[in-house]
Design a protein around this ligand. Structure first.
Ligand code: HEM
Length: 136
């Protein structure tokens, strides 16, 4: 699909970033008492924001468990956080991934996953140490 229509890279890149959610969460400390989703949060409470959970919220994202390569509003996700601390590198991150895909498609006819990934041992970084692929 991607090779036939490289324009899909536009929605594929943010789609992968949502679906994969490279950073699972961040933490904040509440500055005042508040209520969120029916729960009381007190001033001083430490709160974990699970981006990985927000990215599967079916009240906001249609078919959140699915990877849809041409998803409408593909940039609506929480992988870069939200609010004033939202990732300052998000555009660069997207640009890098776009270029990686553009150049891979130019060079290789086939890109096959040929083994199991080795994942980073972390509850924070949902990363990969290795993933064997064969390119030809
Ligand atoms: C796919 C790649 C990336 C992901 C998923 C990602 C994700 C995030 C997340 C979740 C935050 C925290 C937002 C918050 O606390 O509300 C963040 C902050 C930040 N990111 Fe990224 N990031 C990525 C790439 C980059 C790159 C390439 C750069 C630098 C060139 C960068 C620089 C920063 C900085 C400086 C902050 C702190 C912003 C602040 O606290 O005001 N990130 N990022």
């Amino acid at each position: 699909t991607l090779r036939a229509n490289p324009k899909l890279i536009d929605t594929m890149v943010p789609g992968v970033i949502r679906w994969q959610t490279p950073l699972a969460h961040m933490r904040r400390t509440a500055l005042q008492d508040t209520e969120l989703g029916g729960k009381t949060i007190r001033k001083g409470d430490r709160v974990v924001m699970w981006y990985v959970s927000g990215n599967r919220d079916d009240e906001v994202i249609e078919l959140p468990e699915e990877f849809i390569i041409d998803r409408a509003r593909a940039r609506i996700h929480l992988s870069f956080g939200f609010g004033i601390h939202r990732c300052v590198g998000m555009r660069l991150a997207e640009l890098q991934l776009r270029i990686v895909w553009e150049e891979m498609l130019k060079r290789f006819e086939r890109i096959e996953v040929v083994g199991e990934p080795k994942r980073v041992y972390s509850s924070f970084v949902k990363g990969y140490e290795s993933l064997p692929v064969r390119v030809s």
